[in-house]
Ligand binder design. Structure first.
Ligand code: APR
Ligand code: PHB
Length: 392
């Protein structure tokens, strides 16, 4: 088998890359270890930046998003029993975020891929990458009991944090930057209408809580918990009672309860591998970096990476010019680090840290007070939250 770009992983990064390349008439093969159903049903993030929405529309995969996505022009911050709205649109010349589940993005991109007739193999086994430090990279994999070898010009490692691509690069060629946080998020999906039109980020002495949603009938809620928390310790009633306490404000507010259809624990990590390229292997999305979910950036960062990669590959196939491919890592990392900073900052501002002393607690409160009383501070949050531009 032979193709121009071999893409490993059918998450948002791999599928969007495949789609953008197909629009440029560049051939690719997508390889995924999981089944199509598993990838589509996995409960993941749900906030799309303005740039992600604009790209999906411009790339012809925005029809269902335009119809079903929920446009949000602001978010709410809660602390010290008070509520404060950050008007994202007013602070950013009209930009907004759209609530649309990552699994819906995956469905739209998978349908678009299948419609092109170009190959996508689910349930691949023993995927391995070879020869990417020279002119002829290959990917070996098994599918349906048969071993295959795929020869390609370039390999895109879009296989997530635990994939094979990053770990196939010689360790001496990568610098890894990492911070693991001393807490996790317990997340639920509940079959009940959201209790607020907008997202609510709540800082509370018992720990952080987040109210989000997936649709007018589906609420997504998160609670800060211990990193080694066991789901069995959280029967439904305990989750609802804890959420009630963490969202409580003066003047009253109530959280609607409904059947919990999903429960999970999300670990919190900041991670960057530099550079995002080795020879003819390019890393994109979670394969190269992880952000804690507080800023809702993971999916959007993955999409921004492949936007750069698709443009660089298009330039190469059009003109034979490799200059932009060589700039791929630098262009991406410049934005990645700013998004890392923002995700770390949101996390540090909103969570309860066991090691904090009274000074830290006061400083954290002053930060929230500043943010909600200074236009300059609120604007900084807003421009990051709706998404920073790519600086080409
Ligand atoms: N071979 C083929 N596919 C693989 C392999 C492998 N060896 N290892 C992992 N995969 C697949 C995974 O099953 C997954 O479907 O690669 C895909 C990677 O997708 P994501 O983990 O969704 O990563 P990415 O596309 O970079 O998107 C990042 O997803 O994890 C969320 O919060 C994260 O929103 C962010 C986004
Ligand atoms: C979500 O809806 O899953 C979500 C929203 C905002 C975040 C993180 C996750 O910051």
């Amino acid at each position: 088998m032979r193709t121009q770009v071999g893409i490993i992983g059918a998450g948002p990064a791999g599928l969007m890359l495949a789609h953008l390349l197909a629009r440029e008439k560049i051939e690719s093969v997508v390889l995924e270890v999981r089944s199509r159903e598993y990838v589509q049903e996995r409960v993941r993030a749900g906030v799309l930046e303005q740039g992600t929405v604009d790209l999906m529309r411009a790339a012809g995969v925005g029809a269902r998003l335009a119809h079903e996505g929920l446009l949000h022009r602001g978010i709410e911050l809660r602390f010290a029993r008070g509520r404060h709205r950050i008007d994202l649109s007013e602070l950013t010349d009209g930009a907004a975020i759209t609530i649309y589940g990552q699994n819906e993005v995956i469905k739209d991109l998978t349908d678009a891929r299948v419609a092109t007739g170009q190959p996508i193999f689910f349930e691949c086994a023993t995927v391995s990458v070879h020869g990417f430090d020279a002119e002829q990279p290959t990917i070996r994999f098994a599918h349906g009991g048969t071993e295959h070898e795929l020869r390609c010009d370039y390999i895109a490692g879009c296989d997530g944090f635990h994939g094979v691509c990053r770990s196939s690069i010689p360790a001496s060629a990568l610098t890894l930057y990492e911070r693991v946080y001393p807490f996790a998020w317990l997340g639920i999906l509940a079959a009940v209408a959201p209790s607020s039109e907008e997202l609510i980020y709540s800082h509370h002495e018992r720990g952080f809580a987040l109210h989000s949603m997936r649709s007018p009938k589906l609420t997504r809620l998160y609670l800060q918990c211990a990193p080694d928390e066991k789901l069995e310790a959280w029967p439904d009633v305990r989750i609802w009672e804890e959420l009630d306490r963490r969202f409580e404000i003066d003047g009253g507010w109530s959280l609607k309860r409904g059947p919990i259809t999903h429960k999970g624990i999300t670990e919190m990590r900041s991670f960057v591998a530099e550079p995002m390229q080795y020879g003819r292997l390019f890393l994109a999305g979670d394969a190269a970096h992880i952000v804690p979910p507080t800023g809702a950036k993971g999916l959007n960062l993955a999409i921004a990476d492949v936007r750069v990669l698709a443009r660089a590959l298009a330039e190469y196939y059009r003109s034979g010019e490799r200059a932009m491919l060589e700039e791929y890592s630098r262009i991406c990392l410049r934005r990645v680090w700013k998004v890392q900073r923002f995700s770390w900052w949101m996390t540090a501002m909103l969570h309860r840290f066991d090691e904090h002393n009274a000074f830290d607690a006061r400083r954290q409160m002053a930060e929230l007070d500043y943010l909600t009383s200074s236009r300059a501070a609120a604007q900084s949050l807003a421009e990051n939250y709706v998404g920073l531009p790519i600086q080409w």
